[in-house]
Design a protein around this ligand. Structure first.
Ligand SMILES: C[S@@+](CC[C@H](N)C(=O)[O-])C[C@H]1O[C@@H](n2cnc3c(N)ncnc32)[C@H](O)[C@@H]1O
Length: 287
């Protein structure tokens, strides 16, 4: 990246982002080097629960602080930056921190980087860059955690957001930082036929999905639709809370399961207010 004066504060394309979403960029729209305060780095890694066993990629790694922080938590981490001088700085800082064996830095364009092996991806970029990355991020392995400092991904709402005061930050959201977490959702959409032995037998779930938000219709046997009270899809984990008549009696159900391709398996807790039991279930997608 050419070194030249920061183009100053630029308004994002009119109306595209919220009133807060004033961003900073080089005048060609690319992302400049601005560091995340150490406290933000710590919160980013904590919200993603980074630990040993993780492989973290920081897209636009700057001086390497997120990569180093991840390695200090026992993860392996890769920093990608388009600026070779920053890549060299990242390596130097990792050596000083004593984490060379768990870190790697590479000078390359983040849009041309293979992200498929990451369990966690961190970003401190720009709203429009996040949006451009979004289709690729959605194809990652379900359960991959994505963390972005400050910028969101429009209609793809985060699974969690925290906000903290960061007066040391020279740019961004008026002395505050937001940290957003997304968990790449499994594909849950379609018509599922479930078997719940000893509790109604054949169930059917029709699931619509937008990002991690799911809308479920449920029916049991040849009976009426049941009431779906709440749902959640987090990576491959699905929860569906249902009330209704099964075998002529009113029950509460909490289905918990794991999606693996066209199969779901899990347990359902059924209760009638007095007694409660847990039954295994499996479901198969019939498209
Ligand atoms: C705002 S800084 C964030 C640095 C670090 N991740 C942090 O949070 O402290 C963004 C970084 O992205 C890098 N960058 C910008 N465009 C890039 C691209 N297309 N590919 C890779 N890195 C890029 C910049 O050189 C800069 O170091």
């Amino acid at each position: 990246m050419k070194l030249r004066a920061l183009a100053g504060f630029m308004l994002c394309a009119a109306g595209l982002f919220s009133a807060h979403a004033q961003s900073w960029a080089w005048d060609d729209g690319t992302v400049p080097f601005v560091v995340s305060p150490e406290e933000v780095v710590d919160r980013m890694l904590r919200i993603a629960e980074v630990g040993a066993g993780d492989y973290v990629i920081d897209l636009g790694s700057g001086d390497g602080r997120i990569v180093i922080g991840a390695a200090r938590r026992g993860a392996r981490a890769l920093g990608i930056d388009i600026d070779p001088t920053l890549v060299a700085k990242g390596r130097e800082n990792a050596a000083v921190a004593g984490v060379t064996d768990r870190t790697e830095f590479s000078s390359q364009d983040l849009f041309e980087t293979d992200l498929s092996k990451a369990s966690v991806i961190t970003m401190y970029l720009l709203p429009e860059v996040n949006l451009k990355l979004r289709p690729k991020l959605l194809t990652l392995k379900p359960g991959t955690r994505l963390v972005s400092h400050d910028w969101n991904m429009r209609e793809w709402e985060p699974d969690e957001t925290i906000e903290l005061r960061t007066p040391e930050k020279p740019v961004g959201l008026g002395g505050k930082s937001r940290i957003h977490l997304w968990i790449v959702p499994a594909d849950a959409r379609g018509h599922w036929v479930a078997e719940v032995p000893l509790h109604g037998g054949a169930w059917a779930f029709d699931i619509g999905q937008e990002f991690q938000a799911i809308a479920v219709r449920a029916a049991v046997g040849a009976g009426r639709d049941l009431t779906v009270r709440a749902t959640r899809l987090r990576g491959v984990e699905i929860k569906i809370a249902i009330t209704g008549l099964v075998g002529g009696k009113a029950w509460n159900h909490l289905f918990k399961g794991t999606i693996s391709g066209d199969r779901m398996t899990g347990e359902v807790r059924v209760s009638d207010g007095e007694q409660q039991r847990t039954i295994p279930w499996t479901a198969t997608r019939r498209k």
